[in-house]
Design a protein around this ligand. Structure first.
Ligand SMILES: Nc1ncnc2c1ncn2[C@@H]1O[C@H](COP(=O)(O)OP(=O)(O)OP(=O)(O)O)[C@@H](O)[C@H]1O
Ligand SMILES: [Mg+2]
Length: 504
């Protein structure tokens, strides 16, 4: 009996395979971290072969832990870190370079060149995005221009590009022998190349970037049968039936389907998705216009997105680079060892600032330091930075939509931190709500796959799976909220204007 769906979550820090039942409950998980390769300041890479092999392994772990086989699995859903770019030889399956990760800022000179006199918003009406290092398109250009022989091979039609959903799908469905080279509309919407209205690659933008059309995957919906896993996979003959970029997947997993519904995910970075229904809403306040989801032949659902580059990764930085904590959860204890932030504000503009500022010239800044400040204050400031950045994104959403959000649905690794979630509610002035199944990213991909094969019948069935687990209610100290926010905004100004010709 095919009583389960398996979701493959190819994330920034790890790859996971999660098996769900009809209620959306987790049956088993396989998870493996991969190396974060940082060859120099601003560069972040992953080894695609390591990711491919980890994905195979975690599928085995998830099946093994649940004592299930492929015969129990109705369909496979894929979700992924969205803008991370892989370019590989379609004849051999070997990447020509490491995956260039979304946080990587090496393509800033390419962005500047493409912006020219027209500015970074030159394609915004078509693709919903400003030109920025964040998106995958600029990373393809870097590989074509910097890897020896890549341009020639690409022009000859031998190289293909994919974000990691495409990399996983292609390998799962046959690789060099017939692998399916496709992506879904949500991933395509973060390349800088897809027209939001037609859902097709724009030949003119590809030409401006110098990217051959033959490199690009086919754009498909988020929920349909793309093909079957190949004969050598543990999941052989199982249909791959859903793909959603991780943030859109989390919104789907939160059952935020309709216009006005939203979620905020606290992972490596923070990403707020606000569904706008079948209408394309252009942001006036620094948000991206993107695709929410598209189910088979159904209508395209659009969304506004507030992307924050650094939130959970700042906690990893405290752990790995400063060594003041041994594990991420320890940050809470350290933060609670002091009464307040001691006047310290930490602006983690490690990749410049994303929403709502979009300032590539910003870099990380810790301000307000005095002789009094200690590790506790620094930890506190690091946690508070997540909440302040979220507040600024929520303000942008409220301004763009014209309605104030009444509460915030949250998910992701950082929501385990009670102190952060309470502070978040306090700084927003609205309640923060966590669902019972907090693995919403994988769940969303499972939902997309399950809908395509009739495992679930409609969105109402999925809505019924959503249950509230915990709610953090804000305090009513509005003056303190405003005081802190003002100081935060002042700190943000101190991080700007840092990168100039002398900064490498
Ligand atoms: N108790 C905690 N307090 C603060 N931050 C935490 C805590 N536990 C985990 N984190 C942070 O949460 C992040 C992991 O969350 P999650 O697994 O949702 O990340 P992710 O972005 O989905 O990862 P991936 O990119 O691999 O998908 C890490 O950056 C970690 O530092
Ligand atoms: Mg994730």
């Amino acid at each position: 009996m095919t009583d389960y769906i398996i979701a493959l979550d190819q994330g920034t820090t790890s790859s996971r395979a999660i098996i769900f039942d009809k209620k959306g409950s987790i049956i088993s998980v396989g998870q493996k971290e991969h190396e974060q390769i940082m060859p120099r300041a601003g560069w972040v890479e992953h080894d695609p072969i390591e990711i491919r092999d980890n994905m195979r392994e975690v599928i085995g772990i998830a099946l093994g832990r649940a004592n299930l086989t492929r015969h129990d699995i109705a369909a496979i859903g894929i979700t992924n870190q969205r803008e991370t770019a892989v370019v590989w030889d379609k004849n051999t399956g070997i990447p020509v370079y490491n995956a260039i990760v979304w946080q990587d800022t090496r393509t800033q000179p390419i962005v500047n060149r493409l912006a020219g006199d027209k500015g970074v918003e030159r394609y915004k009406d078509i693709v919903g995005l400003p030109l920025a290092t964040y998106f995958s398109g600029t990373k393809i250009v870097w590989i074509l221009e910097n890897v020896e022989g890549a341009r020639e091979k690409a022009e000859a039609g031998d190289l293909i590009f994919g974000t990691t959903d495409t990399w996983v799908l292609w390998n799962l469905t046959g690789g060099p022998s017939g692998g399916i080279h496709a992506t879904d509309v949500t991933n395509a919407s973060h390349t800088l190349f897809m027209d939001l209205e037609t859902l097709e690659w724009r030949a003119d933008i590809l030409a401006d970037f110098g990217v051959p059309r033959s490199m690009m995957p086919e754009i498909r919906s988020s929920s349909e049968v793309y093909g079957e896993a190949r004969d050598t996979s543990l999941l052989r003959e199982t249909p791959v039936a859903g793909i959603l970029g991780d943030q859109q997947a989390a919104a789907f997993g939160q059952a935020a389907f309709d216009a006005g519904e939203s979620k905020n995910t606290y992972g490596t970075g923070n990403f707020l998705i606000f569904q706008t229904g079948t209408e394309i809403v252009r942001s006036e306040n620094g948000l991206l216009t993107t695709i929410g989801y598209k189910l088979g032949d159904g209508p395209t659902h659009y969304a506004l997105e507030g992307s924050i580059a650094v939130t959970g990764s700042l906690i990893q930085w405290l752990r790995d680079q400063l060594g003041i904590i041994a594990t991420a959860p320890e940050v809470e204890k350290l933060a609670l060892s002091v009464e307040d932030n001691g006047g310290v504000y930490f602006v983690p503009a490690f990749s410049g600032l994303y929403a709502p500022y979009w300032r590539p010239d910003a870099r990380g800044a810790i301000v307000g330091l005095t002789r009094y400040a200690n590790r506790g204050h620094l930890s506190r400031a690091a946690l508070e930075a997540t909440a302040f950045q979220t507040r600024e994104v929520l303000d942008a959403v409220n301004a763009d939509s014209g309605v104030d959000l009444a509460e915030l649905k949250v998910d992701g690794g950082m929501i385990a931190n009670d102190t952060l979630m309470q502070f978040q509610a306090d700084i927003l002035g609205v309640p923060v709500v966590r669902p019972v199944i907090a693995e919403t990213t994988a769940l969303g991909a499972a939902y997309a796959a399950g809908l395509a094969v009739g495992f679930w019948n409609d969105l109402d069935e999925l809505r019924a799976n959503w249950q509230e687990d915990k709610r953090w209610t804000p305090n009513d100290d509005a003056p303190e909220r405003e005081r802190q926010l003002r100081l935060w905004k002042k700190a943000v100004t101190k991080s700007m204007d840092w990168v100039d010709d002398d900064v490498r």
